[in-house]
Design a binder for this molecule. Sequence first.
Ligand SMILES: *[C@@H]1O[C@H](CO)[C@@H](O)[C@H](O)[C@H]1NC(C)=O
Ligand SMILES: *[C@@H]1O[C@H](CO)[C@@H](O)[C@H](O)[C@H]1NC(C)=O
Length: 575
Amino acid sequence: MFGATRLPLLLLCAISLVLGTFMKEQHPLLGDDGQKPLPGKPKSRSTLPALLDALDVLQADYFEVWQGIWPTSIDWTSAVIGTYLSSAIITLSGSYPAFPSSKVADNTVNKYFSNLIGAYFGQDAFALRQEAYDDMLWVVLGWLETVKFIGAHSELHYGTDDDSRLAGPWYGHQWVPAFAHRARIFWDMASQGWDTSLCNGGMIWNPYLVPYKNAITNELYITASISMYLYFPGDDNTSPFGFTTPPTPQDIDSPNRPHHPKYLAAAIEAYKWLGDSNMTDAKGLYVDGYHISGWSRERPKNESNTRCDARNEMVYTYNQGVLLSGQRGLYEATGARSYLEDGHQLVSNVIAATGWDLKHGKALDEDEADKPRHRLGKWRGLGRSGVMEEACDAEGYCSQDGQTFKGIFFHHLTLFCERLPDHLVLPGELFLSKNVEDIPGGPQEVQKWHDKECARYGPWIKHNAKAAVSTLDHEGKFGMWWGAPPHSTADPDAEVDLPRQAVDSRNQGVPQEWKNKRRYLRKTHEDDEDDAHDDDNEGKIRIRDLNDRGRGRTVETQGGGISVLRAMLELVDTR
Ligand SMILES: *[C@@H]1O[C@H](CO)[C@@H](O)[C@H](O)[C@H]1NC(C)=O
Ligand SMILES: *[C@@H]1O[C@H](CO)[C@@H](O)[C@H](O)[C@H]1NC(C)=O
């Protein structure tokens, strides 16, 4: 099960084909298929093999080592997939006792780490510079996550014993400057998207479209900025601009030093703007964003409207996710508990919108009289019967963007609910006195409260992980629609009411009126996706299961499965 080669999984598949059974039945993935965990074993033992299998499929079937790319992904989705891989090896690094030996564990972690190094060179950094600001910010988050992995792995396995002291730091350390440099370059470029001439601030989504201030770009800017503040280790590489004397990271005024206050300031300012932007709906969920009505390039600014007043009511899962890790980071950087409170409120709102009763820890539909009329539970805004669902899932029209969203939510939920540090390092208070920890509202009390809140999400996370696992096909690939009724090939009668004035641009393409043709004729990646979408639909002859419809199983849906399994492992099993 733990082998670093492909053989065990293939063998299992072969066996299950011969026996005519499903792999799931051969291979219990989650703890409660009637199998009690053995006493004395780590509780995570049943999720970890599932995560390892999922990673194996991700990297063996969807990654090309020789090119360093996930060839079927697009630039932004591969940045997200790489981020999941970095997070996953943080988890593996902390799970050595669950492996047969530390040699096996090392081999697995190093294999995926070397894939990430390949992906650093395979990443089309030049194309990404011409893309939208959100595309750039996914890149920042990805490499910061890899830097975090290197730090965590070194500390855990190469810090203290005599051998490592003699041998020097873990070899992965040599990559920190490269990854840090890419994160900084992309943060610098993306921060050009902050604009105060319209809507009193906020990030513009895409310089190639008419101005759209959307949730995702602003949430990413908050999260990437606070993550730069907390995790960016400094960078003295002046490429591509520099022949000036490189500023050293130690220089107090250098923009390249770690923990620079400009990142904290950017995150706080953007958070404030987002909070004031009226971007949430009646359910407390982030809608997609705002246009400026009557905006035109020709009219001077002083004569035309500059307010964000045309709201796109579309609700996506990822818009509820990215902010969470930003809120956690803002708490860590400032000690202000309100950021975490906002985050827990958002998580509760999301869980309610999937049709889950958080108070009683069960799906809302379970005791509803009208259940028999619908085979599926009632659509609640972000899912049904307690399972998170994208609006495009049930009818199978999700684009490559849409296929990535649910995984993003669970990735950031996991970051949000990770244990808080015992001590906060606040700006200007680098030497917090010991007894500050004991005061009410101090870090330790907040930590306890935060853990307790996060524990309430456990049954819901498990419910979703089980649903995701139910979409695995015989090759170990996750599908998109976790809530798909099993053993059904007919299109379900699945009504999804989109809010009025909702434009599902991320799945159905950017409408003509959003385009700013006069300025840029270049195709945006949205156009490319539409083409890819059509191609993928052609040549599909048989419909084998509901998750084969539309784009079917992809590297993006595999990423979603990995993300929810990791949430299960980190937030449920090991708590
Ligand atoms: C917030 O947006 C909604 C939907 O567009 C609108 O009905 C409401 O009046 C707005 N509230 C404020 C305070 O602008
Ligand atoms: C708008 O600005 C332009 C250029 O500064 C100026 O010529 C024009 O008079 C201004 N219009 C109004 C209505 O203030």
